[in-house]
Design a protein around this ligand. Structure first.
Ligand SMILES: *Cc1c(COP(=O)(O)O)cnc(C)c1O
Length: 369
């Protein structure tokens, strides 16, 4: 028995990737996004499972992530999607990663560094078609950058890409606007450079609109069996890969009126039993779940009561209970017939499933399920 662990079902990651790859037609490649330690699931194991499921490329956000993945999986094309400092450009190039670019001065910096490394850097020119974050908002400047990449022997033009702001909003017409803006740029680039990898779709876009698939789709959240639309992942044929498990460390009798935890934010209404589960916000179980979550023990839901502390939570087991110290406690995942989805916890926190799994801290070991 362990204090707490995130159990990762790598087979679910493999199957989810196969399901997404089947959604893609023709030569569209699946790029598995394993940034932020695989959305909290463990990047290395998830990358390997994704490749086994049909992903042919990988993407990360930072140079340090590229270093970690690139060292282990040298033969797999890897894209570092984020903004990089000059030092990070060196790290990412050494890791064998392809890089994002959207400004001429940064493109020159990469070219200089690539020359020093002795081989051309492969670049993906990013168009900000409406996300309003990374990328160049000016279509003409994007095309100029594409030309500069194609003409400079120190870099190779590998891709042209964009990112959607509202792919997860099923009725969004803004998605269509971004798509048509990007499509113009993509068409112009393809006419000159037919081998360039054009890519736009994240998980939500893959599931909502085939027109967004192009040559490659960058899927993160869905490969982990999390629903990009914040509904039940089963509706999209996705299987959650992560469960968060601990155990009941103690079971205590609480007379009516006794309180649990800091600030006495919960008091027993009647005589009851309270279970103490030894994980808390130090593990990424957010404090906003105080008096606002359920935990599975013995195949049943029990309310989390009182304040979430750094290392412990308390649950109300009721006036009669068979729960004993040592029984398994599940915060995310299934036990018996019951399941608590990351989406459910996210709704309680008024956030998204992405943040719930990313928040699980380094103190929680990731174990193969
Ligand atoms: C994180 C990220 C993705 C993956 O998005 P999901 O919604 O998790 O599929 C794709 N593209 C970019 C640029 C990203 O930052």
């Amino acid at each position: 028995m362990e204090r707490a662990a995130a159990r990762i079902d790598f087979d679910a990651v493999r199957v989810n990737c196969a399901r997404l790859a089947a959604e893609l037609s023709g030569g569209t490649e699946l790029c598995a996004v394993v940034k932020a330690d695989g959305y909290g699931h463990g990047a290395d194991g998830c990358a390997e499972a994704a490749l086994a499921g049909g992903a042919t490329r990988l993407a990360v956000a930072t140079a340090a992530e590229a270093e970690q993945i690139g060292r282990r999986l040298q033969q797999v094309p890897l894209l570092t999607m984020g903004a990089l400092t000059a030092e990070e450009v060196d790290t990412a190039i050494s890791a064998g990663s392809e890089l994002a670019v959207w400004r001429e001065d940064f493109r020159r910096l990469i070219a200089d560094r690539a020359r020093a490394h002795g081989h051309p850097a492969r670049l993906h020119v990013k168009y900000d078609s409406g996300m309003g974050r990374l990328g160049n908002r000016d279509a003409q400047e994007v095309l100029d950058l594409v030309r500069a990449c194609a003409e400079d022997p120190d870099v190779e033009l590998a891709g042209v890409w964009t990112h959607f702001a509202t792919a997860d909003e099923p009725d969004s017409s803004y998605f269509d606007e971004q798509l048509s803006r990007f499509d113009e740029v993509a068409t112009a680039v393809k006419a000159e450079h037919p081998d360039v990898t054009v890519h736009a779709a994240n998980s939500a876009a893959v599931l909502r609109d085939k027109r967004s698939h192009y040559d490659m789709a960058r899927c993160g959240v869905a490969i982990y069996g999390l629903d990009p639309f914040q509904r039940d992942p089963a509706e999209q044929g996705l299987r959650p890969a992560l469960s968060l498990r601990s155990h009941v460390a103690d079971v205590k009798r609480f007379p009516a009126g006794a309180s649990a935890g800091y600030g006495r934010k919960w008091k027993a209404a009647v005589d009851t039993w309270v279970g103490v589960v030894p994980l808390g916000y130090g593990d990424g179980v957010r404090r906003a779940l105080s008096n606002n979550a359920e935990v599975l023990v013995g195949g049943r839901r029990h309310p989390l009561v009182g304040t979430v502390s750094m290392d412990n939570i308390t649950i109300d087991l009721g006036p009669e209970t068979e729960v004993e110290p040592g029984d398994e406690a599940v915060l995310i995942g299934s036990q018996g017939e019951e399941t608590i989805l990351a989406e459910e916890m996210a709704a309680r926190l008024e956030t998204i499933n992405y943040e719930v799994t990313c928040a699980i801290s380094a103190r929680v070991p990731r174990r193969s399920a």
